[in-house]
Write a protein that binds this ligand. Sequence first.
Ligand SMILES: NC(=O)c1ccc[n+]([C@@H]2O[C@H](COP(=O)([O-])OP(=O)(O)OC[C@H]3O[C@@H](n4cnc5c(N)ncnc54)[C@H](OP(=O)(O)O)[C@@H]3O)[C@@H](O)[C@H]2O)c1
Length: 274
Amino acid sequence: MATALVTGGTSGIGAAFARQLAARGTDLVLVARDQKRLDAMAAELHSHSGINVETIAADLADASDAARVAARLEDPAHPIDLLINNAGSGVREGLTSTDLSHHEHAFNVMSRAVFVLGAAAGRSMRGRGGAIINISSLQTYLATGSYAAVKAWVTAYSESLAVELRGTGVTVTVVLPGWVRTEWHERAGGRRSSIPAFLWTEPDAVARIALRDSERGKVISIPTVRYRVLGWFARHLPRRAIRRISASITSSRGDGIGAARSSEHPIVKADGER
Ligand SMILES: NC(=O)c1ccc[n+]([C@@H]2O[C@H](COP(=O)([O-])OP(=O)(O)OC[C@H]3O[C@@H](n4cnc5c(N)ncnc54)[C@H](OP(=O)(O)O)[C@@H]3O)[C@@H](O)[C@H]2O)c1
């Protein structure tokens, strides 16, 4: 029987992955910070599907906690067949903020831990086979601050890992969702109401399409046709247009990124391209 390790498996997209995998009879290792929610999720999955569920309470912003999860991925006595690097949260602070803690936290959870766990899974699965799914975001193509930069890293990293592991029996899929109806938005403190209703995706759809694309060996997975079309435009529009769209998304969600703009370049006074 296969075993999957899902980070952030207690809520939103991670919980949808956990429920769909449990329904297929896959044993699970769930990782998140809140032990009570981990216990509740484990009990629900075990009673509905009869699978074995292990939980690891770990803060992936913490290097020693991430190392503990990596050690579990490399445990030869209990092999993991699928790693889903999903845990994450939003960052609203501007890039010129004096307080770097939110940026560092985002980087540690969504880049550093993804890197550490991806490396452990790659080492352990090489030869015997396996799959890695990393959750990025369509913001990978935008200029919407620290979060977009971190997710751009996840996308480039995942494609590179797919190249490095080609031919080893390990597939790597990076998932680029648009807006998904989860707790993420409340936690990030954004205004959900500013996002048009037709742009929302359900976490179940994201997980289902990602698992299908992983099984097909696809490297980039964009859930739903609507976002595949938007993703095409995001990749092909001139970057100047993308920066304008990014500015309007940033101001509509009510944070300060990009709000202060000087009208003139301090050295080149002529109005140059921005
Ligand atoms: N929702 C969207 O619109 C959207 C769009 C594109 C991409 N994404 C990405 O999708 C992924 C999942 O987000 P979601 O929307 O499902 O969010 P969510 O509902 O807030 O769930 C986040 C999960 O990650 C866990 N987590 C958060 N910080 C953690 C940490 N430091 N260490 C360990 N676990 C942590 C949370 O559990 P604990 O709090 O108990 O730790 C929870 O299980 C994230 O990477 C997010 O950036 C979301």
